[in-house]
Design a binder for this molecule. Structure first.
Ligand code: NAG
Ligand code: NAG
Length: 557
């Protein structure tokens, strides 16, 4: 029996977590949709209505986005429903992602369950930041053909029946997601983009934010919908489909009542999807509904008798976010270099388990499919050990990560991407891309980081100072003395604090990185022991599991 205090704390954490998951997971869209279709007058078209404060609290409190949306609000149909497209749902979810991740960590900590590591969490959030900083530069690839098809080849206009449009968009996006997700696992080049999301050996809410940098969707699976659904409505349903998949990345929520598990994608189904036990591979591709997996034969039930091990085969073994983005691209390159010329190109579209086997003794080479090896195999070890991370180093990387996050957030609060000077977008992307790179190097305990990180921090400070020097004087009062009080005041709050923070960071990095980046002799020894222990555990696991499997197949015969 847990002490009463702890029970109460757990209960309070759960309440807050569920609330955060509601907003981060697109639950507000379900409420808005229900309101839109079930009340005779549909959703209110005034921004001061309490429905907006309830469903989009931060957006309606902090920005004028609702007013902007209402200005262009589409027409009502005869039933009073409005077309739900273009709502700021993703922006609303952003702060709740961070809140939910922190609450889940607190819950793990309170329950004494180790469902996360600091390094893996930062690596996942870094991938999310890279995704934001790159603004999904491939998204136009999807958007342009979609708009073109909708404009020229639309077969029916569903705007007279918004409820029907909602259902068509929801089901169409979900089945499109099923097939594009399935392709992303079964075609090497798409897997090279998608595997980033699976590369963490932890499975928690932070893992959900570990997105690929391209934002590239397999458009072919979504284009048929352009015949029916307008681009804005399609985009909104795509966003909601993505948001729904946030709350299912957790080990804290057990199997739910069977009607839910039967119809919807749930944490239980998604844990299987992220597993690398051979029985978990290529299962449960669904987005919001799991019925597509049941229909197309890719469904696997979570098992009580076999603990799931998470991650990819072979494991990434690094916390450096660029390494995660490039992991399988490099593998494709390696495979191509070992395959004779006319065949080599096929690696791009082959499945990740399909390899070219060179012919021996004059025999011709051939293609062969290799299943994922049993847990404990060299390519599928039981776990990757964690290197030690001295506290000063952890505090420093936390500072660096917070600064990078602030850069992305403040640039997204400024003018829209299209109206921003390109140099600003490029500058922010370069700053964030290099910051998460060196954080990863420090977490991997790369000795090179001792020099690279102080140099990077100094360059960032120098660039910021250079921008500050070119800052125009207010009211064009002629040149101001560089370092004069007037000039500092003219810089404005944002640039002043950026300069101050970057100066502090540069100074800290010059002390902390040389002292702690490289491993001490004791840390090296501990790492060697951890590797040896992992090797032994893997060997035992592999032997036990292959023996059990051999016994099984004998019994069956
Ligand atoms: C909300 O705004 C409308 C006009 O935009 C106004 O008529 C109404 O009184 C406002 N309601 C509240 C509660 O402020
Ligand atoms: C890449 O990320 C975007 C946005 O998070 C996602 O919609 C898309 O499906 C991902 N692409 C692949 C191939 O995983």
């Amino acid at each position: 029996m847990l002490p009463v205090g702890q029970q109460a704390a757990e209960l309070a954490l759960w309440a807050c977590l569920l609330l955060a998951l509601f907003y981060a997971g697109g639950g507000n869209f379900a409420v808005l949709s229900a309101f839109n279709f079930l009340t005779p007058a549909g959703i209110p078209l005034t921004s001061n209505h309490s429905l907006w404060k309830l469903t989009l609290p931060t957006t309606s409190l902090l920005t004028s986005a609702i007013d902007e949306w209402l200005e262009t609000a589409p027409q009502r149909d005869e039933a009073g429903a409005v077309e739900l497209g273009g709502l700021p749902l993703f922006e609303e979810a952003l702060p709740f992602f961070f809140l939910a991740v922190s609450l889940e960590m607190a819950l793990s900590w309170l329950q004494g369950r180790r469902h996360w590591s600091y390094q893996a969490t930062i690596a996942s959030l870094s991938a999310g930041l890279l995704h934001e900083a790159a603004e999904g530069f491939c998204r136009v690839l999807t958007l342009v053909p979609y708009c073109f098809i909708h404009e020229h080849f639309r077969v029916v206009d569903l705007s007279g029946n918004k409820a029907l449009m909602w259902v068509v968009a929801f089901v169409g996006v979900d089945i499109g997601f099923y097939w594009s997700h399935r392709l992303a696992h079964e075609v090497n080049l798409l897997w090279a983009i998608h595997q980033v999301h699976h590369s963490s050996e932890e499975f928690n809410l932070a893992t959900a934010l570990r997105q690929n940098i391209t934002g590239f969707d397999d458009i072919l699976c979504f284009l048929p919908l352009a015949l029916l659904v307008p681009p804005e409505v399609h985009q909104t349903h795509m966003t909601v489909n993505l948001l729904f998949q946030f709350w299912i990345h957790t080990r804290h929520i057990p199997k739910l009542p069977w009607p839910i598990e039967f119809v919807f994608n749930t944490p239980s189904h998604h844990r299987v999807h992220h597993g690398r036990n051979p029985w978990c591979i290529d299962c449960n591709y669904g987005g919001t509904l799991i019925i597509w997996d049941r229909l197309f034969g890719t469904f696997c039930e979570e098992r009580e008798d076999d603990a799931i091990v998470y991650g990819i085969v072979p494991p990434l073994k690094s916390f450096e976010p660029w390494a995660a983005q490039l992991h399988h691209l490099r593998e494709i390159g390696r495979r191509m270099s070992r395959t004779p010329a006319p065949e080599a190109a096929k690696h791009i579209v082959a499945g990740p388990g399909r390899l070219w086997v060179a012919g021996k003794d004059g025999k011709a080479g051939r293609w062969k499919d290799f299943p994922v090896p049993e847990l404990g195999h060299r390519a599928n070890p039981v776990a990757t050990p964690l290197r030690a991370l001295p506290t000063p180093l952890a505090l420093y990387t936390l500072l660096s990560f917070s600064v990078a996050t602030a850069a992305v957030v403040s640039s997204s609060l400024g003018p829209a991407f299209e109206e921003r000077p390109p140099l600003v977008s490029i500058g922010v992307a370069a700053f964030v891309g290099s910051a998460v790179w060196t954080i990863g190097l420090l977490h991997d305990r790369s000795p090179a980081a001792a020099a690279i990180e102080p140099a990077r921090a100094l360059v960032a400070l120098a660039v910021c100072a250079w921008v500050a020097m070119g800052w125009p004087a207010p009211e064009g009062d002629g040149p101001l003395d560089w370092l004069s009080l007037e000039r500092v005041q003219a810089l404005g709050w944002g640039l002043q604090s950026a300069l101050a923070v970057l100066a502090v960071q540069a100074a800290l990095s010059a002390v902390v990185c040389p002292l702690y980046a490289a491993e001490t002799a004791a840390e090296k020894e501990a790492w060697r022991l951890a590797l040896a222990e992992q090797g032994a555990a893997s060997k035992r696991t592999f032997e036990a599991r292959t023996k059990a499997a051999a016994g099984e197949s004998k019994k069956r015969r």
